[in-house]
Design a binder for this molecule. Structure first.
Ligand code: G3P
Ligand code: CA
Length: 240
C-alpha cells in the first residue's frame, strides 16, 4: 500500500508547517507528514520551509538571525485562520507524534544556510523521543544525507532529487540511503519499478494531480508526498 505523507502538513487547506496543518493531516487520513527544519541563532530546531520568515509569517528576516523567543512571537497563520498559529519547534511536533503512529519525513533545509550540527541536533531529538523507526531524514543537500547516515545508520535517509538522475537506485545505494524522493515528473514508471525491484523506496513529491496519484500508487511507490492527503486517501480507497 502506498503511504500518504502530507506535505508541510495538510497544506492545501491549512497554513503550511503548523501544528494545525499536522493535526488536520492526521484527521484527514494521512499516514504521515513531511516537514522542513531550519535552525535559530540560538540553536533551536524550528519547522519552517524558507530560510526567511517573510513569506509564511508576519515577521521579517532570516531564521538564522532570530532567537527562539523571536520566532515564538510570529504568526504563521497566513490569513488562512482567524487564530494565531506559531512556527512549531521540532520538539513540539515530536511531543505530538509520541501520541500517534504517524511516519514523519524531516527535511533538513541546509542547502542554502549551513546550520552547524543540524544533523546531530535532529538525530539527538529523534533518539530522545524513540522515533528512530518512524522518521525519514531527507535533504537536497546530499552531503548532509551521508553525514546523517554515518552518525545514525539506524534512521532511514533519502536524498531529494529535483531533476532526473541516471539509475537513481544505484546512487541511493552508493550513499547508503534506503530510498530516494524524486520530483514526481522524474519518477517515470520504469525507473520507479526498477528501484522497487532493487529494494529502494521511492516517495515522489509533490503529487497533487489525481492522474499522477493514480499512476504512482499503481506502480507501487512506497509513499507519495502531497498537499492534499484527503484526495489521496479517496483515490487509494477507490483503487482498492
Ligand atoms: O520533501 C519533498 C519536498 O518538500 C521538497 O521540496 O521545496 O517543498 O521543500 P520543498
Ligand atoms: Ca520540504
Amino acid at each position: 500500500m502506498t503511504l500518504i505523507l502530507a506535505h508541510r502538513g495538510f497544506s492545501a487547506a491549512f497554513p503550511e508547517n503548523t501544528m494545525r496543518a499536522f493535526v488536520e493531516a492526521e484527521s484527514n487520513g494521512a499516514d504521515g507528514l513531511e516537514l522542513d527544519v531550519q535552525m535559530t541563532k540560538d540553536g533551536e530546531l524550528v519547522v519552517i520551509h524558507d530560510e526567511k520568515v517573510d513569506r509564511t509569517t508576519d515577521g521579517k528576516g532570516f531564521v538564522k538571525d532570530l532567537s527562539a523567543k523571536d520566532i515564538r512571537k510570529l504568526d504563521a497563520s497566513m490569513q488562512k485562520l482567524t487564530t494565531k498559529e506559531s512556527i512549531p519547534f521540532l520538539k513540539e511536533v515530536f511531543d505530538w507524534l509520541a501520541g500517534n503512529k504517524l511516519v514523519c519525513n524531516v527535511e533538513l533545509k541546509n542547502g542554502k544556510v549551513p546550520y552547524p550540527e543540524l544533523e546531530e541536533k535532529v538525530i539527538a531529538l529523534v533518539k530522545d523521543y524513540g522515533l528512530e523507526e518512524r522518521i525519514i531524514l531527507s535533504s537536497f543537500n546530499h552531503y548532509s544525507i551521508v553525514h546523517a547516515t554515518t552518525i545514525a545508520p539506524e534512521i532511514e535517509t533519502a536524498p531529494l532529487l529535483a531533476e532526473g538522475l541516471y539509475m537513481p537506485w544505484v546512487y541511493a545505494k552508493a550513499i547508503r540511503a534506503k530510498g530516494y524522493h524524486p520530483h514526481y515528473l522524474s519518477a517515470r514508471d520504469e525507473l520507479v519499478k526498477q528501484a522497487i525491484a532493487e529494494n529502494i523506496k521511492v516517495r515522489p513529491y509533490t503529487v497533487n494531480k489525481q492522474s499522477e496519484m493514480v499512476r504512482l500508487m499503481n506502480i507501487g511507490c512506497h509513499a507519495i508526498i502531497t498537499d492534499k492527503p484527503d484526495h489521496a486517501l479517496q483515490i487509494r480507497m477507490d483503487l482498492g
